[in-house]
Design a protein around this ligand. Structure first.
Ligand SMILES: [Fe+2]
Length: 512
């Protein structure tokens, strides 16, 4: 009889798990001597942790998992081989039960592995009451000068078959990490939704088109906070996390462990309301991650990533935010600068065209040599030509909470760049990759360029490719001064491609 270990390995699993699925996103530990362990609501997964800059010997990784409340003796071992050899202390934080789901309170467990080298493979195992429950491995961030591959998509985790197909295609690309563009889980970003829609798909035991893939246990997910991560409304109809309605709201701040180098006191933190004791319990679980983790940056290989909270409760004209962005982008010596936020400044879809507040950042991003902006929110794929944009003024960008935040202005488009024979872009490449699983917007727009302009933008043809009739993901390969992006659909077919290169004089000597 084939063992579970052999089956998982033969089926493409990268972690051996002794945890038995019970359905509804719950898992049981094997029965051994001593007190039984609480049910798992999230299998062990890894997260990037709080490091931002690349420093040999200072790299870290967080191993996290979630259980129902109850006594448990967990331990985590790690090492540069499957013999492990070193142990790390486990921490835990209580999480209030949600209104939906099983009504059980949770414990969020973490083990932060520190003092690691860059670009190295490490093995880890999670034990409960001494019994090995899960084994896996991860690779730390690559240093400068190393080739990297990452996958990006947004607007995923609805419990749909398309989520699973995108997870499977992501796994097939063998990425170093995933850069999610927000709307991590629908409908309201609660723990219950993470348990049902997120973890079972991106941390499935096997890789299969209709199942998902074992990504999270081995591949770090970076992400940004978006509207469906903060889905409740206040009396004015503005986005807010209502802890009376959803006691397990804002799973972004409690399930994720991302760099903590954004503004310490953002002018527009994620707003909360509702029962004070529940808000306090959330803050206790999130710790220093709330509200700081809404904005952060990090380096990976030759790329600097800047992740910004673009939710409509904020104002991108804010001096604190712009000052932090300018300082962050000035400081990096990375060859490539990629900016990630959920709400696309430039998109021609019907659904969210008027949500343009992030356009006011365009001159700042251009001034600091940003190469690419990745967004979601529009549930399709849109690739723009290199854009330089000068807002005519703030427009409606400061109208916090308003559904219409149009920002008119003047476009300068680089029409000579084609991503094939001319790969030098003069301007910022804005990419919408929001076809990560949720139902698609404007499915009739594919192959119809006459639909890809808008009267309010004087029909400027800034979008050069738009695929709206299928789900898809973006695969980036960065090798020194050469960046290639392929758009892959849920069946694994390539539907778009572009290459961007840098002038050799702009590339510092990475081999020094
Ligand atoms: Fe969205």
């Amino acid at each position: 009889m084939i063992s579970r270990r052999t089956f998982l390995r033969s089926a493409g699993g990268v972690t051996v798990l002794a945890l038995r699925p019970l359905g509804r996103g719950l898992f049981a530990a094997p029965v051994v001597d001593g007190p039984s362990l609480p049910l798992f609501t999230a299998l062990p997964y890894i997260q990037p942790g709080s490091e931002s800059v690349l420093s040999a010997g200072l790299e870290s990784m967080v191993v996290a998992w979630q259980t129902h409340a109850g006594p448990a003796g967990f331990s985590v071992d790690f090492g540069s081989s499957a013999r492990y050899g070193r142990s790390v202390v486990c921490s835990h934080a209580e999480r209030t039960a949600g209104r939906g789901g099983d009504g059980e309170a949770r414990i969020n467990w973490t083990a932060t592995i520190e003092g690691l080298q860059l670009g190295q493979k490490y093995y880890y195992r999670v034990r409960g009451n001494g019994t090995t429950l899960a084994e896996g491995y991860f690779t730390t961030r690559q240093p400068r000068g190393r080739r990297i591959r990452f996958v990006s998509f947004g607007d995923n985790s609805y419990g749909d078959i398309s989520d699973r197909a995108i997870a499977f295609q992501t796994y097939r690309q063998n990425p170093d990490f995933v850069m999610n563009c927000g709307d991590n889980v629908y409908e309201s970003g609660t723990d219950d939704e993470y348990q049902r829609y997120f973890f079972p798909v991106y941390n499935a035991d096997v890789a299969a088109l209709r199942v998902g893939a074992p990504l999270l246990r081995s591949v770090p997910f970076y992400t940004v906070i978006a509207n469906h991560d903060v889905q409740d409304k206040d009396a004015r109809g503005h986005e807010i996390a209502d802890f009376t309605r959803n006691p397990d709201a804002l799973g972004y701040y409690t399930a994720m462990h991302l760099p903590l180098n954004g503004p310490e006191a953002p002018a527009y933190p994620t707003p909360t309301m509702g029962a004070a004791e529940r808000v306090a319990a959330f803050r206790s679980c999130a710790g220093s991650r709330f509200p700081r983790m809404a904005n952060y940056s990090f380096d990976y290989g030759d790329v600097h990533f800047l992740c910004v909270d673009s939710n409509r409760y904020g104002d991108p004209n804010d001096a604190t935010l712009q000052g932090w962005i300018a300082a962050d982008l000035s400081r990096t010596d990375a060859i490539w600068k990629l900016v990630v936020f959920h709400h696309p400044p430039f998109n021609v879809g019907n659904e969210h065209y008027v949500v343009q507040h992030m356009r006011v950042l365009a001159p700042l991003l251009e001034a600091h040599g940003v190469d690419i902006v990745l967004s979601g929110h529009e549930h399709n794929y849109q690739r723009a030509r290199p854009i330089r944009f000068m807002p005519a003024g703030p427009g409606k960008s400061a109208d916090i909470g308003a559904p219409d935040r149009r920002v008119p202005g003047t476009f300068t488009i680089d029409r000579t760049f084609d991503g094939m024979s001319n790969t030098r872009a003069d301007g910022v490449l804005y990419i919408v990759t929001g076809a990560g699983g949720k139902h698609l917007y404007d499915p009739g727009f594919t192959d119809r360029p006459e639909r890809w302009t808008h009267a309010d933008d004087n029909h400027v043809d800034y979008v050069v490719k738009m695929v709206t009739d299928r789900h898809s993901l973006s695969v980036f390969e960065v090798d020194g001064g050469r960046l290639t992006m392929k758009q892959i659909d849920e069946a694994g077919r390539e539907i778009d491609r572009m290459t961007v290169t840098k002038s050799p004089r702009l590339i510092r000597n990475t081999t020094a």
